[in-house]
Write a protein that binds this ligand. Structure first.
Ligand code: A2P
Length: 340
């Protein structure tokens, strides 16, 4: 790691991802000179922990970024839309976890295991976008397969944890579960239906084409990160009553012939990937194993017997870590090492 140190701000420091961003900066020993914790006015005066100390939370304003080198944003799309340009104007590089800037042609969308070279485009707007959590783990698993076999089409269905919606949703699943088993009336606030003991085929808003925004994020972001607009992608995204860890059932059709053995060999050497695939001992990726670590776990690797060149995979990762905070801090590491 570089000898230089950086003044870092975390916008959304009281949220599920912001909190983990601070943990990741600490765990990965990012060279932080000073840490500024930003959130809404509601949280001003609260404290967050960093390296055994407490850091005062300040209200995020247009002037928050003077003298800051790097800002990690995870405070929602409208906050990023409004404040990221102010940060960039003050010479602060923004790594933004919202969907606000991801498809802007002047903003790189980066997964360090896949397209680290794209970071260099940060100079265009001073903003780098962190992809959607479901997209990140999918491209970490699929990029090595694409490079070797040429992916023609991806059919993905997700099983997404409530933490992806934020802290309120974590509490909602907890409270509803507790109230259900105590035969009490349950309250709904975050989701339109009960999430405890249920699945919702609805993540983010519905669009005119019948898909949700989350589903279309997976389509567009995958093509941008893999730098291949010819790949067909179709997604169905489902919220499930899991706290941490998104799972994905992925079907891939390739140009070249492909076998499960070859996929295991390719993924066995792939950065960020751990193959967990031994049905004879009931070993396969599960959210309870993915939570709290940074690997993208891949298993249930098998031939799609319905087409000549196809494979099925089950891919699981911690959506708050690799799907958000860790990926953002990895991008900051590339910036610090190579560009700043
Ligand atoms: P706050 O806690 O003050 O509401 P989560 O995804 O877990 O819900 O967290 C969202 C994060 O984004 C929180 O830190 C939240 O702060 C922050 N946030 C939400 N709206 C704003 C805003 N308008 N300005 C600054 N921070 C915001």
């Amino acid at each position: 790691m570089t000898e230089k140190t950086f003044s870092v701000a975390v916008a959304g420091a009281t949220g599920a991802v912001g909190d983990q961003m601070i943990r990741c900066l600490e765990e990965r020993q990012f060279p932080v000179k000073s840490l500024k914790a930003l959130a809404s006015k509601r949280s001003a005066g609260k404290r967050v922990r960093y390296k055994g100390e407490t850091v005062l939370v300040e209200e995020l304003t247009e002037d928050s970024f003077k003298g800051i080198d790097l800002a990690l944003f995870s405070a929602g799309g409208s906050t990023s839309t409004r404040f990221a340009p102010h940060a960039a104007k003050d010479g602060c590089i923004v790594i933004d976890n919202s969907s606000a800037w991801r498809m802007d042609p002047e903003v790189p969308l980066v997964v360090p295991e896949v397209n680290p070279h794209a970071v260099s485009d940060y100079t265009r707007k001073g903003i780098i976008a962190n992809p959607n959590c479901s997209t990140i783990q999918m491209v970490v698993a699929l990029n090595p397969i694409h490079r070797r076999f040429g992916i023609k089409r991806i059919v993905v269905s997700t099983y997404q944890a409530v933490s992806g919606t934020g802290k309120k949703a974590i509490h909602e699943l907890f409270d509803q579960t507790r109230d259900m088993i105590n035969f009490l009336d349950i309250k709904k606030d975050v989701y339109p239906h009960r999430i405890a003991f249920n699945c919702l085929p609805h993540i983010d808003a519905f669009l005119k084409n019948g898909y949700t925004k989350e589903e279309m994020k997976m389509v567009h972001e995958t093509r941008k990160i893999l730098e291949d607009t010819d790949i067909g992608v179709t997604a169905t995204t489902i919220r499930v009553p899991v706290f941490f860890g998104h799972s994905e059932s992925i079907n891939v059709e390739t140009d070249k012939p492909i076998t499960p053995e070859e996929v295991k060999a390719v993924l066995g050497k792939a950065p960020g990937v751990k193959v967990v695939d031994d049905p004879s001992t009931n070993r396969y990726p599960m959210p309870i194993d993915a939570a709290g670590q940074d690997w993208t776990l891949v298993g249930r690797i098998r031939k799609d017997e319905s087409i000549p060149n196809g494979i099925n995979l089950w891919v699981v990762a911690d959506n708050i870590r690799k799907g958000a905070a860790t990926n953002a801090v990895q991008i900051a590491e590339i910036l610090a090492e190579k560009y700043l």
